[in-house]
Write a protein that binds this ligand. Structure first.
Ligand SMILES: [Mg+2]
Length: 188
C-alpha cells in the first residue's frame, strides 16, 4: 500500500488571502499586500474591527469567489510529484456560504488533478481524526493537535509570514519544492 499524504488547501495550494484583501479593499478603500498578513487572523493583522470583519467575510460568501482563488506557485507540479509515490488526500476546512464546498471540489479537480473521493471537507478542529503518514498544513495549532493524535506520523508546516513566529520545531518549508523535498526525505 502506498503511503498517504494529507494536504491542507488554503495557505498551501490556494491563496485565500488575495480575494480576502480584495474584499477588504472593497469595504475599506485600503490596499494591503499578502505580506501585511502577519497573524493567523487576517482581519486582526490588518487592524479591522470584528464587526467590519464579519461583514467582509459575509460578502465573500458569493458564487465564483472560491473558484477564482489563485493557486500558489509550484503547487500543481509539487502535488504531481508526490502522487508518483503516495496517495494524496486534500483535507480542507470549508470557509462558509452555499457555494464554497462545491467550488472547492471543482477547483481541486480542475486545477490540481484531484479525484473527488480524495477531497475531504473537514473542519480544522477535527482534522486530527484523519490518518495520514504526513500532513502538510499552514496552521500550526492544527498541526500540533494532529501530530499528537498520530505520533508516528510527520507534520510539515508550510511557512508563511503569518505563522513565522509560531512555536514549531518539526519539519517546515517556505516553498513548494522545499515541501516536496521534506516529504521525499520521510517517505523515500
Ligand atoms: Mg490552511
Amino acid at each position: 500500500m502506498k503511503p498517504r499524504v494529507l494536504f491542507d488547501i488554503d495557505g498551501v495550494f490556494a491563496d485565500f488571502i488575495t480575494p480576502c484583501l480584495q474584499a477588504v479593499f472593497e469595504h475599506t478603500g485600503k490596499r494591503y499586500t499578502h505580506d501585511d498578513v502577519q497573524d493567523w487572523d487576517i482581519m486582526k493583522s490588518l487592524d479591522i474591527k470584528p464587526e467590519q470583519a464579519l461583514a467582509i467575510y459575509k460578502a465573500m460568501e458569493r458564487p465564483g469567489l472560491c473558484l477564482k482563488i489563485p493557486a500558489y506557485e509550484g503547487a500543481r507540479a509539487g502535488v504531481d510529484r508526490v502522487r508518483e509515490f503516495a496517495d494524496v488526500w486534500a483535507v480542507t476546512s470549508p470557509f462558509g456560504g452555499e457555494h464554497w464546498m462545491h467550488e472547492r471540489d471543482q477547483w481541486l479537480i480542475e486545477k490540481m488533478g484531484f479525484d473527488i473521493n480524495d477531497v475531504l471537507h473537514v473542519r480544522s478542529k477535527r482534522k486530527h481524526g484523519v490518518y495520514g503518514d504526513i500532513l502538510v498544513e499552514d496552521k500550526t495549532e492544527t498541526l500540533v493537535t494532529w501530530t499528537s493524535a498520530w505520533p508516528k506520523s510527520q507534520g510539515i508546516l508550510f511557512r508563511r509570514a503569518y505563522n513565522e513566529r509560531d512555536l514549531w520545531d518539526g519539519m517546515s518549508s517556505h516553498t513548494w519544492p522545499g515541501i516536496v523535498q521534506a516529504i521525499e526525505s520521510v517517505l523515500l
